[in-house]
Design a binder for this molecule. Structure first.
Ligand SMILES: [Zn+2]
Length: 115
């Protein structure tokens, strides 16, 4: 599993900048992260990962790390239920949106079912 060696919130650019342990740097816009919120309220209980239609104005009001595996983000629309695990964040590069089944692997730009 990839883990971040650096997490930076660029307020001016409204981005989360993640440097992964393999040297990959991902710049994730806050509205993009909000639209892929992993919480049950946003994702429901189905097997399809859903992208929400979110305003481009959404910003992050606060971020905090949860243990050594995730961050929680409080967004300017008041939503703070999403726990963004490293695995989830790794899937959320703009070039590799999570589509398809939730239980599976995201590799080589494709999300494939575990079963
Ligand atoms: Zn949510």
């Amino acid at each position: 599993m990839s883990t971040p060696v650096d997490l930076a919130h660029s307020v001016g650019r409204n981005l989360l900048v993640i440097t992964w342990d393999d040297g990959t740097v991902a710049e994730l816009p806050m509205p993009y992260l909000r639209s892929w919120c992993p919480c049950a309220g946003c994702q429901g209980h189905g097997t399809v990962v859903r992208r929400l239609d979110i305003s481009d104005d959404v910003r992050a009001e606060s971020l905090h790390e949860i243990g050594a595996y995730a961050i929680a983000i409080r967004f300017s629309d008041g939503h703070d239920a999403g726990i963004y695990s490293w695995t989830w964040l790794r899937r959320l590069s703009p070039q590799s949106e999570p589509v398809g089944l939730k239980s599976g692997e995201f590799a080589d730009g494709r999300f494939t079912s575990a079963g």
